[in-house]
Ligand binder design. Structure first.
Ligand code: PMP
Length: 388
């Protein structure tokens, strides 16, 4: 048995050792604050701006369109609350998708408490936004639409250009949480008219606790945290230089390695999907068969409890997931799966594998060797499988 077959890259990724090397001096030798006027401060300012440039290049943006934050949750808050606060004179309605990340749902709730109206657009069986419904949900008072680029759970990719086409020319800002997509799908802000884009560092093998928000020129948002005015006054607080340097190094590595890495991961994904669907009866793929993240394989097994499956996989040294790590400790079925039309018991029988930079063909072989037996033994004791 291998020490640990880690196939839960969606929940958390190791920091690339090259990133750790880039960060190390910023804890001890180079500890300047970019706001200081001495040489250490100058060095920090220069590195801050170089870092911003690397993150901007990673998404085809200009440096002055990128703000560093403490991570994806904060970027989503700054984008959505910051935008509606600054633009409330133009309207009081926002739209999100039913299967958004839990942070976006909760931010929408907070916005609703401030007196805004929130509409949720449904998704199809693959988790993709229903474009006709989106068209109908938009009204004269709509000022913001927030739809994630891809779903971190079932791995479907949203029709981003089609969504942008619906919003085009209507003065509605388009925010996208791109955390699930970054490092796996090409993102080029010169090609897609998204106004606000959420990025996280850990999802590209950088440290946690750091992220960025892309803000297109001419899009005005208000800060959500008053303070001393760093990051163009939009995100106050002394810059977290080691983490910023880490995110920039991770973005730089990803810019050059992503094309080959993605092909490799897609190969593992396809081998796992084919292997599971062929070897295990009554197994199904969740999410879209083609429009899906290259590292994501998300299954549903009839008459199986996902949590029991996870525990048996854990005994065999395999780390997988039943869904978003952010809500995995609740017993509620995943809202992503329910919004795609699955019944509660179907959602509970789901299992997600996500590949990453250190995955290998041996990981796929091992899962295919042990998973069929685990499913068979669980089914043999499942009351569901004995139902007529
Ligand atoms: N958005 C998405 C799509 C996520 O998967 C996550 C969690 N990785 C978040 C936002 C929140 O990220 P963080 O916990 O780093 O703020």
């Amino acid at each position: 048995m291998p020490a640990q077959v880690y196939l839960d890259y969606q929940s958390s990724k190791p920091v690339d050792p090259r990133v750790v090397d880039a960060m190390r001096p910023w804890f001890t030798e180079r500890f300047g604050n970019p706001s200081s006027l001495h040489l250490d401060g100058d060095e920090a300012t220069e590195t801050l701006e170089q870092s911003r440039k690397k993150v901007a290049q990673f998404i085809g943006a200009n440096s002055d369109e990128v703000i560093f934050t403490s991570g994806a949750t904060e970027s989503n808050n700054l984008a959505m609350i910051g935008y509606v606060s600054r633009n409330r004179n133009r309207g009081d309605h926002i739209v999100i998708a039913e299967n958004e990340h839990i942070s976006v749902h909760n931010i929408a709730k907070a916005i609703e408490k401030q007196g805004f109206k929130v509409s949720k657009v449904g998704v199809d069986q693959y988790g993709r936004v229903n474009i006709e419904e989106l068209r109908k949900k938009i009204v004269d008072t709509t000022i913001l639409v927030s739809i994630g680029w891809a779903n971190s759970e079932i791995g479907n990719v949203q029709p981003m250009q089609e969504i942008a086409d619906v919003l085009h020319g209507r003065g509605i800002a388009f925010h996208s949480d791109a955390v699930a997509a970054e490092g796996l799908l090409p993102i080029d802000m010169r090609k897609i008219p998204i106004d606000l884009l959420t990025l996280s560092s850990n999802d590209i093998y950088g440290p946690k606790g750091i992220g960025a928000l892309y803000i297109r020129k001419n899009i005005n948002i208000a800060p959500i945290m008053p303070g001393s005015g760093q990051e163009r006054g939009l995100r106050s607080g002394s810059e977290n230089m080691p983490a910023i340097v880490g995110m920039a190094a991770a973005a730089d590595i990803m810019t050059s390695e992503m094309p080959s890495e993605v092909l490799r991961l897609a190969h593992y994904r396809d081998r796992l999907i084919d292997g599971v669907l062929n070897r295990i009866s009554k197994s199904h793929l969740n999410g879209h068969p083609r429009e899906r993240l290259p590292n994501n394989a998300h299954f549903r097994f009839d008459a199986i409890e996902g949590e029991s499956l996870l525990l048996l996989l854990k005994e065999k040294g395999i780390a997988a997931s039943t869904g978003s790590a952010c809500s995995s400790r609740t017993l509620e079925p995943s809202h992503t799966l329910i919004s795609s039309g699955l019944l509660h018991e179907e959602a509970h029988g789901s299992l997600e594998f996500t590949f990453g930079r250190w995955s290998s063909p041996a990981d796929v072989d091992y899962v295919l060797r042990v998973l069929p037996g685990i499913i068979e033994s669980l089914r043999s004791i499942s009351p569901q499988s004995r139902r007529p």
